[in-house]
Design a protein around this ligand. Sequence first.
Ligand code: HEC
Length: 144
Amino acid sequence: MGAWRGLIYSLGLVLAAPAAAQEWVGQAIPAPLSQRPGDPVSGRSIVKSRQTGLCLLCHSGPFPEERFQGNLGPDLGLSVAQLSEGEIRARLVDPSKTNPNTIMPSYFRTDHLRLVAKAYEQKTLLTTQDIEDVVAFLMTLKKP
Ligand code: HEC
């Protein structure tokens, strides 16, 4: 029994390790970060949210109900057109991989963060499921 407990414990540590699961292939992360498929409806509300996603601080998109949308980044409807699902995921996880000088925050990265308040150490801005939800929503913006 002891050995099993040890095995289960170490499996738990692996699963709980932050930002461990992502596998980069070039500029993309082809595999989903979460078990559950992304939910585009939840993704849309994360993108719109002024607490979590904050995407509309910098981006605009197909959100007729939102009066204030940003123009520091490209329109989300346009920017996803050229990107694969894996590239979109990678842009969210760590945009500095494609543009080291980007002002866009890394939504799922815990290394190399500077000046992070104690409460946010080792925490990512979004969870793996949030990332997948946002990816699923952005994929719906792609024109067929
Ligand atoms: C502080 C500003 C800022 C915030 C907040 C921000 N972005 Fe960005 N984003 C940018 C800029 C600027 C770019 C243009 C490329 C670059 O400079 O990295 C960009 C690029 C992108 C791209 C790739 C576009 C391309 O053509 O390569 C996607 C997709 C994207 N953002 C989605 C999002 C989503 C979704 C959110 C919210 C979860 C978000 N961004 C939050 C500024 C921001």
